[in-house]
Write a protein that binds this ligand. Structure first.
Ligand SMILES: [Zn+2]
Ligand SMILES: [Zn+2]
Length: 280
């Protein structure tokens, strides 16, 4: 499977994800990365890297990305991760830096659920609790906008400009959840963070498809297709990107299940590694 690029409204998403192999995503705007995989070149382009948890198919690439960015681009990197991950992650980075006799230019920011970091003008990332076997977080991409107050709608531009120059507040601040990334998680995430049903673009893992893996999904805290099917009516998202599929399954198997069992959702479901011809 090659990396997939999806244009979802104004957001461009690029990524690769296979359970136990590697997972990484880039999101433009604002250009941040979720996960590092094994250190994909695409991830090395990001100055902000959000790490949901420490399993190596997601985190092993962090030192490589820092090495590439420090040595070849001379650029610093901010890594945001769960607070409990900071120390072991920093230990891994220091060890690889010593191995290469290089001091990487980086900063690790540990966060708890509900904390926010600014990533660009008008963009913030808010972390939320997820349900995995190690400390884990998901991340919302929040866009802050200003909307004209009801009372001023339809007024001509020069009049609005005059009001503003007189100090009148003509706009209300509004926020929208552009995208939410859940990382590896069991079904507990739906109770921990119900806003995942409302976000515009939801990146959700779907590791297992077959009935024999129901127990494994619950034990290792991954999502099974049945976890999604049981909540099919609740997904209000404009787009749902399913990823982290087990190597036991083919993307076409997941597409067939989505079409058969989730007909109302199917047109909004995007699968990594699925070319347009395969899709329909
Ligand atoms: Zn994983
Ligand atoms: Zn994991």
């Amino acid at each position: 499977m090659k990396p997939t690029t999806l244009q979802l409204g104004h957001l461009r998403l690029q990524g690769f994800s296979q359970a136990g192999i590697e997972t990484w995503f880039r999101v433009h705007p604002p250009g941040l990365a979720f996960e590092a995989g094994h250190g994909a070149p695409q991830v090395a382009g990001a100055s902000d890297l959000f790490l949901p948890h420490g399993h190596l198919d997601h985190a092993l690439g962090v030192p490589y990305v820092l090495s590439q960015r420090t040595r070849h681009q001379g650029k610093g990197t901010r890594i945001v991760c769960p607070s409990d991950v900071v120390e072991p992650l920093d230990g891994m980075i220091r060890a690889t830096g010593a191995l290469e006799r290089t001091e990487y230019d980086y900063q690790i920011v540990g966060v708890a659920p509900g904390e926010r970091v600014a990533v660009a003008r008008d963009f913030e990332v808010e972390s939320f609790a997820t349900d995995h076997v190690v400390p884990s977080l998901g991340y919302h991409l929040v866009h802050r906008k200003h909307r004209l107050k009801e009372a001023y709608r339809g007024r001509p531009g020069p009049e609005l400009a005059r009001l503003r120059s007189e100090g009148v507040v003509t706009e209300d601040p509004v926020e929208e959840l552009l995208l939410s990334y859940c990382g590896d998680t069991g079904a507990g995430v739906f109770d921990l963070e119900p806003r995942v049903f409302e976000t515009q673009v939801l990146l959700l893992e779907c590791t297992f498809l077959d009935a024999s893996k129901r127990d494994s999904a619950a034990r290792y805290k991954h999502l099974h297709f049945e976890d999604l099917a049981a909540r099919a009516e609740r997904f209000e998202n404009r787009a749902l990107v399913l990823h982290h599929l087990s190597r036991r399954h083919r993307v076409a198997d997941l597409r067939r299940l989505v079409d058969e069992r989730l007909p109302g959702l199917a047109p909004r479901v995007h699968l990594l590694g699925e070319s347009d011809e395969e899709k329909r």
